[in-house]
Design a protein around this ligand. Structure first.
Ligand SMILES: [Zn+2]
Length: 111
């Protein structure tokens, strides 16, 4: 499971809340773009692919990635429900890419 930093991904202020995203790289970018510019969202997903999934720079895995996005209430707005990241069970609210909005053919692929 990927983690970015201890600061809100949108405004870079310290926060202890966040949410999860599970899906294709393109979908993760689209989700992150709800709270940050497109270039920053792409950079975050590419870094996730490299650090957590061992991809080459600029590449993303052909599987669903899972990431915990640290976010404050101001940046998450009404788009994402937030939870305390310190909670192990249950974890923060997690959003999974709907099958009907997949970018590639077919159901989720596993490694
Ligand atoms: Zn924020």
């Amino acid at each position: 499971m990927g983690k970015f930093t201890n600061t809100c991904a949108g405004c870079l202020r310290p926060t202890d809340t966040g949410f999860g995203l599970v899906g294709e790289a393109e979908w993760l970018v689209a989700g992150l773009m709800q709270m940050m510019p497109e270039g920053q969202a792409i950079a975050m997903v590419e870094r996730l692919a490299q650090d957590e999934y061992g991809c080459d720079p600029g590449c993303v895995p052909p599987i669903d990635m899972e990431v915990i996005v640290r976010a404050c209430a101001g940046c998450a707005g009404e788009t994402f429900e937030l939870g305390l990241l310190a909670n192990v069970e249950p974890g923060p609210p997690s959003y999974r890419q709907p099958d009907e909005s997949r970018f590639r053919m077919g159901p989720a692929q596993t490694a």
